[in-house]
Design a protein around this ligand. Structure first.
Ligand code: AMP
Ligand code: ZN
Ligand code: ZN
Length: 398
């Protein structure tokens, strides 16, 4: 009881600090279209996303470094940059426990110890709200011992089609009020897949982008046709963009590194190297003048990348220039990501409509760590301390 009163009191203080009256608490649906670069709507026909921009807010959002799927979806969920949320890459060497984490390996992916910070669904549920989640990174993992109220395991059979995922969202939203989620999170693995196979600029990726756009039109129409449709905010965004790559732009690090110098070399874009005792300078010196890569000692990584405080980052970090790759990346791919958030090719779409958002507003942009404070505001819950800044994003609100 005492805890409840304290939470209610902090919520009141929080709202007063935002200078907000207590408005109605609405519902929020947030969608991630994996690898949806910010400028796809200028390259391909996206009438539904365009209409969301006209009826609501549009912006270009920066991902966090590295611009890859697991780190950034977990950043969107927690408001913490990958260096602070524990998921510093899609794969990494866990030096403290001498084992490998990989998003593709269920044993490590489902180990909650890797996931630091607090996902928004946990924060919301601690404060009495219900949430629902379809396939967002982290949502089927017992982070802090908690799952979303309604969710589906990524590896449960059958793997749901895009249409089935939208059906599930509608089913959740039509639950009786007591079970109805205030926050719904929904993930699609396209246009990332097509972007990798065909490159960001291709008719195949164009067709997939158009398909995802039409699905967003269906989702919006179905949400708006609910009896309380006017009370639902809809956000469509992404984890990272996509850059063109080529078999001509490849750096073979093995040409420069001696195996006896390195404990572990892992992570592609960027690559973390854990050096053997006494060989750190040898590694650094061997790589520092190689063309088309950046190499840093962990403590010298540029501040704007927010990278290097985690024990999971190697003592040497090597990042290829935009559009360049290391040899172990799939040879026939035409697109890749993982590069610097400051590269326009890595930046992502943001559209938001609904009762809490301005209409016909173009924002100057923000960073994906700001989504957690935005969702906390929309859900009227007290946020955890994060790397996000509500100040940077609040202009998109009414
Ligand atoms: P990548 O392009 O390598 O950064 O990762 C994209 C891939 O991540 C997708 O194609 C999915 O297969 C995978 N993925 C996305 N969300 C999840 C999830 N919640 N659990 C497991 N794998 C996921
Ligand atoms: Zn992705
Ligand atoms: Zn990808």
């Amino acid at each position: 009881m005492r805890k409840l009163i304290m939470t209610a009191f902090s919520l009141l203080l929080f709202l007063v600090s935002l200078n907000a009256q207590t408005p109605d608490r609405h519902y929020t649906v947030i969608v991630s279209l994996d690898g949806f670069r910010w400028d796809y709507p200028t390259m391909y026909k996206t009438p539904n996303l365009d209409r969301m921009g006209q009826d609501g807010v549009k912006a270009v959002m920066l991902p966090s470094f590295p611009a890859s799927t697991f780190p950034n979806h977990y950043t969107l969920a927690t408001g913490l940059v990958p260096d602070h949320n524990g998921i510093i890459n899609n794969t990494f060497w866990d030096a403290e426990n001498h084992r490998q984490y990989s998003m593709g390996d269920s044993a490590s992916r489902y180990n909650p110890d890797y996931y630091l910070g607090e996902p928004i669904w946990v924060t919301a549920q601690k404060q009495g709200l219900k949430t629902a989640n379809m396939y967002w990174v982290g949502s089927d993992i017992a982070i802090k011992g908690t799952y979303p109220t309604h969710y589906r395991m990524w590896n449960a059979k059958p793997f749901l089609t895009f249409e089935q995922r939208i059906d599930s969202v509608l089913t959740w939203l039509q639950k009786p009020e007591a079970e109805r989620p205030r926050l719904v999170m929904l993930y699609f693995e396209e246009p990332d897949g097509s972007g990798h196979r065909n490159g960001p600029v291709s008719k195949e990726t164009g067709a997939v982008v158009q398909h995802m756009d039409s699905l967003m039109g269906v989702l919006r129409a179905r949400i708006e046709s609910l009896p309380f449709g006017a009370d639902i905010n809809l956000i469509v965004t992404s984890d990272h963009g996509m850059a063109e790559i080529s078999p001509e732009r490849v750096v073979d690090m093995n040409k420069y590194l001696k195996p006896e110098w390195c404990e572990v070399v892992d992570g592609r874009t960027p690559t973390s190297i854990f050096s053997k005792a006494g060989y750190r300078d040898s590694i650094y010196n061997a790589l520092k003048d190689v063309a088309h890569i950046h190499v840093w000692k962990k403590e010298e990584i540029p501040a704007e990348l927010n990278y290097g405080s985690s024990s999971r980052v190697g003592d040497i970090v090597v990042a290829p220039e935009l559009g360049w790759q290391f040899t172990d990346v799939a040879r026939n791919n035409k697109g890749a990501h993982g590069y610097f958030p400051q590269s326009p090719e890595m930046q992502v779409i943001f559209r938001a409509i609904g009762p809490d958002f301005k209409k016909g507003y173009t924002s100057e942009g923000f960073v994906n760590v700001d989504i957690y404070p935005l969702l906390s505001y929309l859900l009227q819950i007290v946020p955890e301390k994060t790397d996000g800044k509500f100040e940077r994003i609040k202009d998109i609100l009414k």
